[in-house]
Design a protein around this ligand. Sequence first.
Ligand SMILES: [Zn+2]
Length: 424
Amino acid sequence: MPSVIDSLLRRVEETRDEMAQFTSDLVKFPTVNPPGKNYPECAQFIGSRLQEFGFEVTYYPAQDRPEHTAEFPRINVMGRRCGKYERPSLHLNGHFDVVPPGEGWTSDPFSGKIENGRVYGRGSADMKAGLAAAVFAADAIRREGIELGGALDFSATVDEESGGFAGLGWLAANGLVSSRNTDYVIIPEPFGPDRVCLGHRGVYWFKVTALGKTAHGSMPFLGESAIEGMSRFLESVHRELIPALNRRKTVMPVVPQDARRPTLNINSITGGQDESTAQTPCVADRCEAVFDRRFLPEEDFQDVRNEIQGLIANVHNKDTSLRFELEDLLMVPSVSAPSDGALVKALDRAAVAVMGKNLQKVASPGTYDHKHVFLQGAIDQCVAYGPGELLQAHKPDEFCSIDDMVTHAKVLALAILDLTGSTS
Ligand SMILES: [Zn+2]
């Protein structure tokens, strides 16, 4: 249907200024997380626009989550537009929380300034532009008077930056985004209009506690320093673990390239006395460090954990006075949508129609809300595809190009038609 496609793409193009303005308006809500400010106002703003655009809108406070408080309520908004049939059903989701602005801005991070074909501000790229582009992609179809075959759901959710458990995680845990009602999910995170993100590496956060024995600091030989113990463990991480990790490489198309290897970050380390108080001479009897290990789809989680346990055992066996405890803090497996699945194929067809080329398939070094869709929702056809550059995310003077938004919205509009069976 070349004429339908052409006029739909023109429709999207016509929404350019509205789309940019909507992004700018979204940026003006400082939905800073932590702690999760201005969520109800922002959810309401998105909800009323969805309503205006023909969605049936429901608000979902994350009632049973501890982070949902009277001071900082966690409010998600979801809209549904029914088609002729209930399936196939496509869900578009974006988060509206943003990370704190930080230092180094040359203008107000929440002004939503539109200049030089860009919308500026904290959260513009990550990912209020994506939300806006998805809203207007969906509405271009309505404006064009096309009836949907299947159903289209849209949700704007909270807390992605802090794990998404009260956001998309909550919707998935409560059956609102589930394989029982949803076939495909697209999350417009900022990978740029010509790249689609299939998934991410796995995450294992763990805490190692070195245990010592305290004694007077003037006679350290009478005690066992936990800080010394930790430094022995860190030495073996440096000498044995890191080189082993560097020898492994995934076939997953993770970008940047360096993230195709497993990584380990020492997230925090604390030991001995609290440095903000007066110091007394004591041998440290406790030292704790939190580690962030990212693992590849080719690595089995039990092996990843055993490797750490083995390292600890080796350090202890060499010097049995050194004692350690290992505590698991978080584990998220690696997830990936099938690159030859119907979702990726539809996006590719749409990209060819709009840009004359297939999308580059990439994967993310870190996790995002995709995990909830896969783990809780049991939906394997989920990808991230959105406007803006990933490198802009969380940086000062963050921006999103309006051209990117329009291109993305065009591809998305065609993909919505295709995936909801509206073109047949
Ligand atoms: Zn994001």
